[in-house]
Design a protein around this ligand. Structure first.
Ligand SMILES: [Ca+2]
Length: 307
């Protein structure tokens, strides 16, 4: 039912590229699950997945979730600069165990190069949504011409991307601080870079939006439920990433249950803290919930439970 409501609202499917840290938190799995279901129902065309925090089982665990939805062919790229050596994530190991044998991180291209190849091949424009660290998009914007396109990354994004959507920042305070923009020096620089240089509309879903919307958990079927169980979150988690995915597939703030505050965001490259100057017509926007938390929770859980 959720998908029928969304489908009725606009021109579909949306070409979409998904970035994720796919790190220790399991809400990235729910976000990918939502996007794969939306792809299967014709709302989006999920063109590529970029992982921006790379651990031993990153690629096979992402692939396993795609394969579960019959979409194992979606290309996966990794950010080579974001390797987390020696760290282990329980849910990733569990998911990777059911991936087709032989698929490893070594089979994946560099993520920003994958994004370039996808964008160069498009007739229209894509949406890039990222629920992790924003450095793949920064690397894309800083990239030069290559075999896929004679355009610079900046030109390619200007021509082929309609909107960049980031889960990140905290926008209900004068100065906000949130993990995706603060965790590492590379992330802080990337978030600051995006706020200064992104040539297309940039929308943020902040910490304050997802923290009280609890979704997922062991009741979610298949590998998503298994990921929440392995994460010791049988009763669910805050919904930062699945809410961002649901906003992205809807393509319309009002239908998704949000008001957009437009203006200009800025991120401190040393600390990762964020600020916002609100004014009409600004290229940046953050989302404010217009509905009760239940509205978002019911929609997300409905999609996760869907056959
Ligand atoms: Ca995430």
């Amino acid at each position: 039912m959720v998908f029928e409501e969304i489908k009725a609202t606009g021109e579909k499917p949306i070409d979409l590229i998904f970035g994720t840290d796919w790190w220790t938190d399991c809400d990235d799995v729910a976000a990918l699950h939502i996007l794969l279901k939306a792809h299967r129902h014709g709302l989006i065309d999920l063109k590529a997945i970029g992982v921006n925090s790379v651990m031993r089982y990153s690629a096979p665990s992402v692939r396993a979730v795609c394969e579960e939805q019959g979409l194992g062919g979606i290309p996966i790229g990794l950010d080579a600069k974001a390797k987390r050596k020696g760290e282990l994530c329980l849910y990733q190991k569990k998911l990777a165990a059911v991936c087709s044998p032989g698929f490893t991180n070594d089979d994946c291209p560099e993520a920003y190069t994958l994004y370039r190849s996808v964008l160069a091949s498009l007739q229209g424009k894509a949406v890039i949504v990222d629920v992790g660290f924003p450095q793949i998009i920064m690397e894309l914007l800083e990239s030069g011409p290559d075999a896929y396109s004679g355009l610079t990354g900046m030109q390619l994004v200007e021509e082929k991307v309609s909107e960049v959507i980031l889960m990140g920042g905290r926008w209900d305070k004068k100065t906000g601080r949130e993990y995706n923009f603060c965790a590492y020096q590379l992330n802080r620089r990337a978030a600051a870079y995006m706020s200064e240089n992104c040539p297309v509309p940039l929308t943020f879903l902040g910490y304050e939006v997802g923290k009280d919307v609890i979704t997922g958990g062991s009741a979610a079927p298949g590998l998503t439920g298994a990921a929440y169980t392995a994460h010791f979150s049988p009763h669910g988690r805050p919904s930062w990433d699945p809410m961002t995915a649901l906003y992205a597939i809807t393509g319309n703030a009002a239908v998704a249950g949000y008001r957009k505050v437009s203006g200009k965001a800025s991120v401190n490259p040393k600390t990762g803290t964020n600020r916002f100057e609100a004014f009409d017509g600004g290229k940046h926007a953050y989302l404010v919930k217009e509905k009760e938390d239940r509205f978002y929770k019911d929609r997300i859980d409905e999609i996760l439970q869907m056959k």
